[in-house]
Design a protein around this ligand. Structure first.
Ligand code: MLT
Length: 208
């Protein structure tokens, strides 16, 4: 994965503005998106904060993703492990280049981006400060026994999400809590989407 070795991987970096109060964000888009998709979340979640937004390096029928899947909801876990490690390396390289401590970053991922964000937490505990997982599934059937104490996670899934039954959300939340993560659930009434109604609460949690 040589595209991940330097700063060549497509991404956007926005430096912090003097008024920034909240944490810097690592933005991770959903399937078919790119590094520009989630930029509006900066103003809604952590106004003026530094932002690193990265494009997934896998193409599925022309649609960028962060890792391969065998079919909808069934992940290629070997590929997910490799891609999560490559993304972690990119975050470290970009953090050093742009002067942002990865340990201060909160990953904000939607759908496929949420799933690679969970994989990052589980593969590289301590790399990031935490994560906001929007429409998130279970990245690993049997995640590694890591210590996520001190890692804050928000999980916001839709009660009407046809791809994510409540039991799947419960499994994800359980896996993270069993490993010591501080998990807040913010369910919303919608489907597989980012519900704008929960964003003020997420912002409050990030600022706390
Ligand atoms: C997606 O369409 O991106 C799925 O919901 C999640 C995934 O494949 O990671």
């Amino acid at each position: 994965m040589s595209d991940d070795a330097g700063l060549d991987r497509p991404h956007v970096f926005l430096p912090a503005e003097p008024s920034a109060a909240g944490p810097p964000l690592l933005l991770l888009h959903g399937t078919g998106g790119d590094e520009r998709d989630l930029l509006p979340l900066r103003g809604l979640l952590s106004p003026g904060a530094a932002v690193l937004s990265v494009r997934g390096s896998v193409l599925e029928n022309g649609m960028p993703r962060f890792f391969r899947r065998l079919r909808e909801g069934v992940f290629d876990e070997d590929d997910l492990r490799r891609r999560a490690d490559a993304l972690a390396a990119f975050v470290e390289t970009a953090g050093a280049a742009y002067g942002v401590d990865p340990g201060a970053l909160v990953a904000v991922g939607f759908s496929n981006g949420a799933n690679i964000a969970s994989a990052l937490l589980l593969r590289r505990p301590g790399l990031l400060r935490g994560a906001v997982l929007l429409s998130a599934m279970v990245p690993f059937a049997e995640p590694p026994a890591v210590d996520l104490a001190g890692t804050s996670v928000v999980v916001s899934n839709g009660r009407r999400d046809p791809m994510i039954p409540a039991a799947l959300t419960a499994t994800l939340v359980g896996q993270l809590r069993e490993r010591g993560a501080d998990v807040v659930e913010l369910p919303h009434p919608g489907g597989h989407q980012i519900d704008p109604g929960v964003l003020p609460q997420v912002r409050e949690l990030l600022g706390a």
